[in-house]
Write a protein that binds this ligand. Structure first.
Ligand SMILES: [Zn+2]
Length: 287
């Protein structure tokens, strides 16, 4: 995490991923209060990876999921402490944790038909990482009643690592398809700005993907945007248009609902707090 071998949260022991997430005294109460204490006696290795395998084997699927979420929240808190010097109190973590557990339960029920088997999906409507060397850019738009339109985009690589996330807002009268197209243009524009050359652009609208694949446009407003997109994508080495159902587009979906500080807000190599749980959901459902 940092070059300092000390744990930044308790400033005593040598820092490891396992210490930061499970063993650090600063987080011990969280393990007890979140209903995850049964995970603690199963920590019999120094490797976080082995501990996770051990949990998968010995905990119920529900408790396993809970424990992973908690580890991740604690890890996130530790990082926030290091990089932003902000310490989230236990109560905030517990609240987010219980909320995520409920969300995830709904999410898995919707996708897998039951909350118990997130590891064996039959048909995937979920986010999948791109092949190595390719960047996947997910985009979405939100048209709200007050005349504001939010555009959200997130770029991830083959390891599910976030390269950037961004949101912007426009006061405009766009129909949903035009708004989606603007979101696609926005995501593409950001990806080009970051110098990514091989892109999968993933949107929630099948109509949009079909239009882009056909490349036959009329004078309609939406087609203007699509022409811009095709023009902008000509400079890339490769671009693939991809459609994903809403469950696979959760991160972009929730980004589009955020209100940026100014016209636009960009997070490099990260996502805002509000959507970080959805990044985790994608990551977990991929395994
Ligand atoms: Zn510590």
């Amino acid at each position: 995490m940092t070059e300092d071998p000390q744990c930044p949260c308790c400033t005593s022991v040598t820092e490891t991923a396992l210490h930061a997430t499970v063993l650090c005294p600063s987080s011990h109460d969280l393990w007890l209060r979140s209903g995850c204490q049964a995970a603690l006696p199963l920590v019999s290795s120094n490797s976080f990876g082995e501990v996770i395998l051990n949990w998968a084997e010995h905990l119920t699927p529900e408790l396993y999921q809970r424990s992973l979420f908690l580890s991740w929240f604690i890890w996130f808190r530790c990082n926030r402490w290091i990089f932003e010097n902000a310490w989230d109190p236990d109560e905030a973590i517990l609240h987010r944790h219980s909320k995520l557990v409920v969300d995830f339960d709904e999410y898995t029920r919707k996708i897998y038909g039951s909350s118990a088997s997130p590891t064996a999906p039959s048909s995937r409507k979920i986010w999948e990482p791109p092949p190595p060397g390719i960047i996947k850019v997910n985009v979405d738009a939100r048209v709200s009643n007050d005349g504001w339109i939010g555009l959200g985009t997130v770029a991830r690589d083959c390891t599910s690592s976030v390269l950037f996330s961004a949101v912007c807002r426009h006061k405009a009268r766009w129909d949903p398809l035009t708004a989606e197209s603007k979101a696609a243009w926005y995501g593409l524009h950001k990806a080009v700005e970051y110098g990514f050359n091989n892109i999968i652009l993933e949107v929630g609208s099948l109509v949009l993907v079909n239009k882009l694949k056909k490349k036959s446009f009329t004078l309609a407003a939406v087609d203007n945007v699509l022409e811009d997109i095709v023009f902008a994508s000509a400079s890339l080495s490769s671009i693939v248009w991809s459609h994903v159902k809403q469950d696979g587009n959760f991160v972009a979906h929730h980004l589009a609902r955020l209100v940026p500080y100014n016209h636009e807000q960009v997070w490099e190599n990260s996502v805002p707090n509000e959507v970080s749980s959805y990044v985790l959901l994608d990551f977990l459902s991929m395994n």
